[in-house]
Design a binder for this molecule. Structure first.
Ligand code: SAM
Length: 198
C-alpha cells in the first residue's frame, strides 16, 4: 500500500493526465492515480482475471465515471485504444515479465514524446538488504536506458528492504527517419594529449 502510494507521488501526475499502470494487481495504485487524475484517465493492465476483478471492486465508482479502465491482458500481447499516455507505472511486476527488456522497448511507444515512466522494485527474496534494492535499481535503470528513456532518477523508500523507484523520460521528439538510420553522431578522436577536440 505505502509502496504504491509513494510511487504515485513520485510519478507526479496532474488532473488531466492519462496514465497506464502495467501489472496493476488489486488496483491500489490505480485508485491513488484516479484520485489525482480527476479530468484524465487511468488504464490498469494485468493478465490475472482475479486481480482485474479485485481492481474493479476497488475502483467501481471511477470506472462508472469513465475515469478508470481495466484491461485483462499480458503486457507481451497488449494493444490499447487510449494511446498516447502521459505517464506509466509498473510496481513489482517487471521482474515477472518474459523478456523485460523487449517489453519495455515495446511499451515505450504507448507514451507521448516526453512521457515518463516510474518502475518500482522491492526485492522479495530471502535475506534481501538495502544492497539488494540498490542492485535492483541499477538493473531497472539499465533496462529503461536500453528502452530509450533518459534523465533517469532513482529514489528509495525506507522499507525493509527498501523499495527502489526509477523514473525516466522519453525524449521530447522522436528521431526522424534519417537521423535514426544515421545513428548517433560520431565523436571525433581525442587529441594525442588525451584532450577532447569537441
Ligand atoms: C507482485 S504483484 C504487484 C501488483 C501491484 N502492482 C502492486 O504493487 O500492488 C505483480 C502483478 O503483475 C501481474 N503480472 C505479472 N506478469 C504479468 C504480465 N506478463 N502481464 C500483465 N501482468 C502481469 C500479476 O498478475 C500481478 O498482479
Amino acid at each position: 500500500m505505502a509502496r504504491n502510494r509513494w510511487a504515485v507521488r513520485l510519478l507526479d501526475v496532474g488532473p488531466a493526465d492519462r496514465v497506464v499502470e502495467f501489472g496493476c494487481g488489486p488496483g491500489v495504485a490505480v485508485a491513488a492515480l484516479a484520485a489525482r487524475t480527476t479530468r484524465g484517465l487511468v488504464v490498469g493492465v494485468d493478465h490475472s482475471p482475479v486481480m482485474i476483478r479485485q481492481a474493479g471492486r476497488r475502483n467501481r465508482a471511477a470506472i462508472r465515471a469513465g475515469r478508470v479502465r481495466l484491461v485483462q491482458a499480458p503486457v507481451q500481447h497488449l494493444t490499447l485504444d487510449d494511446v498516447p499516455f502521459d505517464a506509466a507505472l509498473a510496481v513489482n511486476t517487471v521482474g515477472m515479465w518474459p523478456e523485460p527488456a523487449t517489453r519495455l522497448r515495446d511499451l515505450g511507444p504507448l507514451l507521448r514524446p516526453g512521457g515518463r515512466i516510474a518502475v518500482v522494485s522491492q526485492p522479495r527474496c530471502a535475506g534481501a538488504t538495502a544492497a539488494t534494492s540498490a542492485a535492483a535499481a541499477a538493473e531497472l535503470a539499465a533496462l529503461l536506458t536500453d528502452a530509450g528513456f533518459d534523465n533517469l532518477r532513482t529514489e528509495f523508500l525506507d522499507l525493509d528492504p527498501p523499495a527502489a523507484c526509477v523514473i525516466g523520460y522519453l525524449p521530447t521528439r522522436r528521431p526522424g527517419r534519417e537521423e535514426a538510420a544515421a545513428g548517433p553522431e560520431p565523436r571525433r578522436a581525442a587529441r594525442p594529449d588525451g584532450s577532447d577536440p569537441q
